[in-house]
Design a protein around this ligand. Structure first.
Ligand code: DGJ
Length: 723
């Protein structure tokens, strides 16, 4: 519900309230965000004469009103607020002050979607606040989406040059959240290639803590979802805020604790190198930011994010549909395969119950290693005589559907595309381009480059019965200079690249709505709400080691649902860590994602093949509770020892409790797992055998079988007796 009265704007969701107000000078002040509460929070706005905190001219000689100390809804730079700004600009006369004042509001019939960019959708109320700088004519429209049932609030900005001369935007963040208190912890999700999104939690300290990327993609190093929570908040109790950015390129999420112990969160495009010229009358749309708040701790926050992502971000027929169990060829074959070998692997996979064969890298151009071929999206007939059609058909005859890997944004210098169009790669004038994985990045800001890649890809996608595509991206952007932009506009290139990626993704989902699209960026380098708008699942990490995956999937689950996390059982010793983990454990861990295999099933023993068959059958049995159930992290996976999690249907009629023990210890203590959020009064049957009330299970725990060995996995299936 949106209430607008006396320049006070109150946005209520079912369990949260967000409020801001235009004050006597037209500055937009943030007054409250937290548990649902009625009333006018302007009483919290206070002023004092603070040294070195300047006062607007309207204040005359009074000194108690300063933008430097007030909670701002859309802070801009140059007029007295020295904290992180959302907006900065350079004007034709060289000045850079942005003084935005309230200029009106309206309720919108539909939620704003940033132009050419992803956003949450469906069932939101929408508000637009207009701000204007009287001197420069710069205008900002602040868009709010209120998803009442989801406890989700979205924000985005449209900046317009309402003046008569060009303006260069140098910062254009999506949202700001000012808290009147600083006693919160900040959680960022950080890591590296093959070890993504490991949570790091620390109290907000004076100064700025940021998660950001200058890599042209969200990055393996820092995710663009961050959380804030009370110092004492845990998985079940306390205040927890989630701050997401619906974007997949350079970003910056900054949390600043000010001199007066207030906290400011600003999230949006990275200002690093960003400069966007607006001619008179032109507009610029920022990506969308999204907030959730829960007083049920971090678990509650995650469940809000999961539901909103599944039901209000992912689109198309696959968003909520049952996904296929797949066999991916990468770790089994890398670049070295023949059509017959793929068919034989598919035969073994079909025998175990797999639904989909994904032919990963290596099927196109002159691609016998990662040094050649990217950009040439034509089938390598030496490996696959007759093309993909006959292969997909042979795989289809085994009862499997067929999927394919692509990496549209990239080019190898050793490719026909590059030889024909060397200027299509990003490159600084006069310099050799920096290579990453022996490849260069195509300038996706240019429509003709995207058109050429798309013409090739759509021909491939039409050449065979292809039901799934994995869209990969295997290097960070460097040399970000576009031949299509003049020297004065290179600050636009990185964002234009991301817009270009979205353009191609949109063409893909529009023209091939039935294909299941899985995002990928060397695993989880572009795992964000932006990509999830196009691809409902993303390859979580190139690390398939089940033990490392416990941590990676744990961290990823703070924002992203199980149904978004690509997870595969791979061979042992593991390719990334050299570790050997029991097949059962690998299965249990991969089942906490979209589930599939990434090994050569022909190489499995009969017993292992039987186990694979049993795993797939079990996954199908548990599919509903795993993929559409609510998620609980029962332990801290990064703490070592027992790692446990739980999937529970919303009506609490069924739950699946999963646990993996740590490395073996001699004469070890007994261990139990403690389920959560069951119906305390109801009686549950555990694995069709023993019975106990929800309360007995939650408070007494479920004993983990006492056995020797590292990394043993168990699952307990709880079914309420009335079901
Ligand atoms: C990186 C991906 O994450 C892998 O799964 C695989 O598809 C390779 N790229 C192929 O080059």
């Amino acid at each position: 519900m949106i209430e607008c009265k006396d320049n006070l704007f109150t946005l209520h969701t079912k369990r949260t309230t967000y409020q801001f107000a235009a004050d006597r000078y037209g500055f937009l002040l943030h007054t409250y965000y937290g548990p649902r509460a009625e009333g006018d929070f302007r009483r919290l706005i206070r002023g004092a004469d603070r040294g070195f905190s300047p006062n607007p001219a309207e204040e005359g000689d009074a000194r108690t009103y300063s933008l430097d100390t007030l909670p701002m809804e859309c802070p801009a730079s140059g007029v007295g607020d020295f904290r992180e700004p959302m907006l900065s600009a350079r004007f034709a006369d060289g000045s850079s002050a942005v003084d935005l004042r309230f200029a009106g509001w309206e309720l919108l019939p539909a939620k704003h979607m940033p132009e050419g960019m992803p956003g949450f959708h469906g069932g939101a109320e929408a508000l637009c606040i207009r701000l204007r700088d009287a001197v420069t004519g710069l205008e900002a429209e602040l868009f709010y989406g209120v998803f009442e049932d989801r406890d989700l609030i979205t924000r985005a900005v449209r900046v317009k040059n309402g003046g008569g001369k060009p303006v260069v935007l140098t910062r254009a963040a999506s949202a700001c959240l000012d808290f009147a208190r600083a006693d919160l912890d900040v959680i960022t999700f950080d890591g590296r290639h093959t070890m993504e999104r490991i949570p790091n939690r620390a109290p907000a300290m004076p100064g700025v803590r940021e998660a950001s990327s200058r890599r042209g993609a969200t990055s393996h190093q820092h995710n663009n979802f961050i959380a804030l929570c009370g110092h004492g908040a845990d998985e079940t109790h306390g205040s927890a805020y989630g701050v997401a950015l619906v974007y997949s390129g350079n970003f910056r999420a900054a949390v600043e604790r000010s001199q007066f112990d207030t906290l400011r969160v600003v999230t949006g495009l990275s200002p690093d190198g960003f400069a966007w010229t607006l001619a008179p009358g032109e507009t610029f749309d920022t990506p969308e930011a999204a907030f959730v708040y829960s007083d049920e701790g971090l678990g509650g926050m995650s469940r809000l994010m999961h539901r909103a992502i599944r039901e209000n971000l992912c689109r198309g027929k696959w968003a909520l549909a049952e996904r296929p169990v797949l066999l991916n060829t990468w770790e089994a074959f890398y670049f070295d395969f023949t059509a017959d070998e793929i068919v034989e692997a598919a035969r073994a996979a079909a025998d175990a119950g797999v639904d989909l064969l994904v032919l990963d890298d290596g099927w196109f151009g002159d691609r016998s290693s990662d040094r050649a071929g990217l950009g040439d999206w034509v089938v390598n007939e030496k490996k696959l005589p007759g093309g993909l059609g006959p292969l997909a058909k042979r795989v289809g005859e085994l009862g499997l559907s067929f999927g394919l890997w692509i990496e549209p944004e990239m080019v190898n210098e050793d490719s026909a595309l590059y030889r024909a169009h060397p200027d299509w790669a990003l490159r600084m004038p006069g310099r050799a381009a920096t290579r990453g994985r022996s490849q260069l990045v195509l300038d996706f800001s240019r429509a003709e480059v995207r058109d050429a890649v798309w013409a090739q890809l759509r021909a491939v996608l039409r050449s065979a019965d292809i039901r799934y595509v994995k869209w990969d991206m295997n290097r960070s952007l460097t040399d970000v200079w576009s031949a299509a932009l003049g020297p004065g506009r290179q600050g636009e290139a990185a964002h234009r690249f991301t817009l270009g990626v979205y353009d191609l993704l949109e063409r893909f989902v529009t023209e091939f709505p039935d294909i299941l699209l899985e995002g990928c960026c060397g695993g989880g380098g572009r795992f964000d709400c932006g990509m999830l708008y196009y691809s409902p699942q993303i390859w979580t990490s190139d690390n398939t080691d089940a033990v490392d995956r416990l941590m990676i999937q744990y961290g990823t689950s703070f924002a992203y649902p199980v149904s978004a996390m690509g997870a595969h059982v791979s061979a042992v010793p593991n390719e990334q860590t050299g570790r050997s983990v029991p097949l059962h454990t690998r299965g249990v861990v991969a089942m906490a994602g979209t589930f599939g295999y990434e090994l050569d099933p022909r190489k499995l023993t009969e017993d292992e093949r039987a186990e694979m068959r049993a795993q797939i059958a079990l996954f199908r049995k548990y599919y509903r509770v795993i993929q559409s159930g609510e998620y609980d992290r029962l332990t801290d996976a990064c703490a070592g020892g027992l790692t446990a999690w739980q999937h529970t249907l919303a009506d609490k009629s069924e739950a699946l409790v999963c646990a993996v023990t740590g490395p073996a210890r001699a004469n070890a203590p007994f261990e139990c797992v403690y389920p959560r959020r069951l119906d305390p009064e109801a009686v549950y049957t555990v694995d069709g055998g023993w019975r106990a009330t929800g309360a007995a299970l939650m408070y007494g725990g479920i004993p983990i079988p006492f056995e020797k060995g590292d990394w043993r996995a168990v699952q307990f299936h709880l079914v309420r007796e009335d079901v």
